[in-house]
Design a protein around this ligand. Sequence first.
Ligand code: ADP
Ligand code: MG
Length: 600
Amino acid sequence: MSALWKVIRHVDELRHYYIGVALCSILMAVTALASPFLLQGATDHVVRRLQGQPAPMSVVIWFAVAILVAELANALLSNIGGYLGDVMSMRMRAILSSRYYAKLLRLPQRYFDNNLSGAIIARLTRSITELSSFMQMLSNNFLPMIITLVAALAVTAFYYWPLAVLLIAVFPIYTWLTALTSERWQRYEKQKNEHVDLAGGMFAEVVAQMRVVKSFVAQRRELDRFDAEYDQTVALTRPQSRWWHRMDTLRRTALALIFFLINVVILWQTMTGRFSLGTMVLLVQLVGMAKGPVTGMSFLVDSTQRALAGSRDYFAVLDEADEPGASLQAVTPTSTLPPPVPGAPAVEFRDVSFGYDDEPNVLEEITFSVAPGERIALVGESGGGKSTIVNLLMGLFPPRQGTIHLFGEPHIEHGLDVLRREVGVVFQDASLFSGTIEDNIRYGAPWASDEQVRAVAKRANAAEFIERFPDGYETVIGERGLKLSGGQKQRIAVARAMLKDAPVLVLDEATSALDTRSERLVQQGLEALMVDRTSIIIAHRLSTIASVERIITIQQGRIDEIGTPAELAASGGIYAQLLALQESGSKQDRKRLQSYDILR
Ligand code: ADP
Ligand code: MG
């Protein structure tokens, strides 16, 4: 239960709604209880008349009118409460979703590497839907029901306390039986949710990569995998539901027996003259009012359990540790970067070692520096840790050992947002967003003017093809930019990086997914991007590497050599070998080159 309190406190800004809903529920209880009392009065009045005592007919009509008024008031209050509940639960849903999203945006990259993205989405949807629909039911049904019940019990106790004792006894018995049921039920539910999340994850992945799925004719297999997860949920539902309903039968039997006793007591005490006929009518009604909630209780318990499970999942994500120094501050045109320490290198790795999760180190004692405006290339075998160096530079993962400096300051002290603004990266995959071409170019600088957008598009060699589209810069590109060719997307990504204008640039195999012609076009754009900028290049062509000022070769996670292309060409190391391989035409040598992610 404390988990639900936590939710209510977590969304404290809905306080006014909570109070409104509670007030409506209390007033609803008052109006609901009015009817039995009025009926009691009416009945006693009728009995008096039947016994020949003075009792005008018109009074009965007034009783009926009063009952009508009470019921109308009850209907009105229930609808006002319902409105408040609807708005409250929707706002709660919006707030919970936004906080969840904000949390995800602050989580370290590790979280996303370790979780299927669809599962992250499915978890959000389920936990929040269950929480907010519970809140809606709580405010629209459960709370009025509970308050009415408590009031009915109090009134019953006033008339004849043993009757109230019997009624109250129903609840611990019922709750105890429900608790017995609940634990096992929840275990099943958790397993079911895991399967549903997995299926959702697969589904999202397949939808996002439909072309790959089709090209490998893997539709049947994907469907079967999906179905297998859902079959598991059905298989789990059988024992879960059997257990629940077996226990429910037991619970209801216990209930029926207690209500049998209650009926006997009421009828008996009326026969002995303890209760007037009116009081009997009142008590029968009150017991009826208490009985509804008890049977509705299994539903209440059921949805409370779902909501509890949902809130646990929700807070499990919210309690994940943020990226150290994560913030959600917007970058503005006036955000400035810290001034560089004079004479300091632009990028410096000092004795950096790193491995992913609990894996052994991928990088060992990496030490190098890049002067402002210098161009260096990283060369090493595929899987040798080149992209990992980029990940560390972007602050996506903290090093296990050693420090990284940017413009003379320890990298972490810049704060993640600042350091990521200082480092621009063009990856192999352009990763555009759905929207217009200009939106994509402006992604890192939404305030950029149309002129600026056109200027970078031109320098990135993208203007020509963009202007050929009928809608030009306003052309909407599909989800993931599917309507563009790889080279076109990459040129937009280059323009996007130009507009971001970070002082340090990293090209991680930026052209390796392209055909030769597109590659040349993108390469020209990249050259323009690199002008006067500190650049770290991971290239898949030796010709690109040959044009840099220094080359760093990496072998088995360690730096092997650092030197100018001419020095390394003569040293007999990896670079020299690659050059030699390039000269050779043999198939085997070409294969070796490829293992360095290098193409001739
Ligand atoms: P390169 O870019 O030089 O080809 P990477 O830096 O991508 O190499 O990878 C270096 C090693 O780290 C590889 O063994 C790879 O499997 C591993 N690796 C890369 N990214 C991750 C990740 N996100 N989680 C775990 N291991 C990773
Ligand atoms: Mg790589």
